[in-house]
Design a protein around this ligand. Structure first.
Ligand code: ADP
Length: 256
């Protein structure tokens, strides 16, 4: 299996403050990784480094086998941030326009698009179950629906890897379960690798195939089953405060 992300001994500091130390991380084709850690543990910083938005002080980064400096296939990586689902009701763009805007960097929200672009956008909306909302205004949708649209926007370019930073912020609990089911489908049926960042140690670690625990350095990096063999006390130790594992994921339902 191809390695899509490979970090070796990555260090990063803001001014004099070290926030990431000796980070080794590897994600391969088809894997679904949950990157978990408390607030302020460096998760977003690490994502920004992987996306090439921040430069590490030290270490090497490879994307799809290429050194990050030489990586030219940014379209292979779809990115959804925690701030994506925040269009207010007056925003003048339809769901379809938002999704099509993900197709190339140069095209703006309201530029003309080819029939092929249109079909790609509709296909992506179908994947996230939002095709019936194509003509709706993005601002009319709930936070959870908007987040699905942003995933469709990321999917329209047919990425091999989807990177998401706290995508469920602003989505109510009921919709979070179906949102995660959708991610499961994207990974299992469509074979899209996922790197999902969250500060929640619950449902995500049940869905993901692999888990990485970050708090300045990587405290655990392995298969989900190994992660679940770790006791709650052990997890709480690196997390910095007690962790409760509340949710069980069962066929799209969350049970306390
Ligand atoms: P997380 O995503 O896990 O909450 P972040 O990567 O956002 O963590 O932040 C890691 C640490 O770096 C935090 O202590 C945060 O306050 C600090 N930090 C984040 N962004 C900046 C910045 N632009 N300048 C200085 N410090 C920052």
């Amino acid at each position: 299996m191809n390695t899509l992300i490979e970090l070796k001994d990555v260090n990063f500091s803001y001014e004099q403050r070290v926030v990431l130390e000796h980070i080794d991380f590897k994600l391969k084709e088809g894997e679904f990784w949950a990157l978990i850690g408390p607030n302020g543990s460096g998760k977003s910083t690490l994502i920004n480094i992987i996306l090439g938005l921040l430069k590490p002080d030290r270490g090497s980064i490879k994307l799809f086998g290429d050194d990050i400096e030489r990586f030219r296939h940014r379209e292979l990586i779809g990115y959804v941030s925690q701030k994506s689902n925040s269009f207010n009701s007056g925003f003048p763009a339809t769901v379809l326009e938002v999704v099509r805007s993900g197709l190339t960097r140069k095209k703006g929200l309201f530029k003309r698009f080819s029939k092929h672009d249109h079909e790609k956008a509709i296909t992506a909306l179908k994947v996230v179950g939002m095709e019936n909302f194509a003509r709706n205004n993005i601002g009319e949708l709930s936070g959870g629906q908007q987040q699905r649209v942003f995933i469709a926007r990321a999917l329209a370019g047919e990425p091999k890897l989807l990177v998401m930073d706290e995508p469920t912020v602003g989505i109510d609990q009921q919709n979070v379960a179906s949102f995660y089911s959708m991610l499961n489908r994207l990974n299992g049926e469509h074979g899209i690798a996922i790197l999902l960042v969250t500060h929640e140690v619950d449902i995500v670690t049940e869905l993901a195939t692999h888990v990485a625990c970050l708090n300045r350095s990587i405290h655990f990096h392995g298969m989900q089953s190994e992660f679940h063999r770790m006791g709650t006390e052990e997890i709480s130790k690196w997390y910095g405060h007690p962790v409760r594992r509340v949710h069980q994921y069962e066929g799209g339902q969350m049970n306390d």
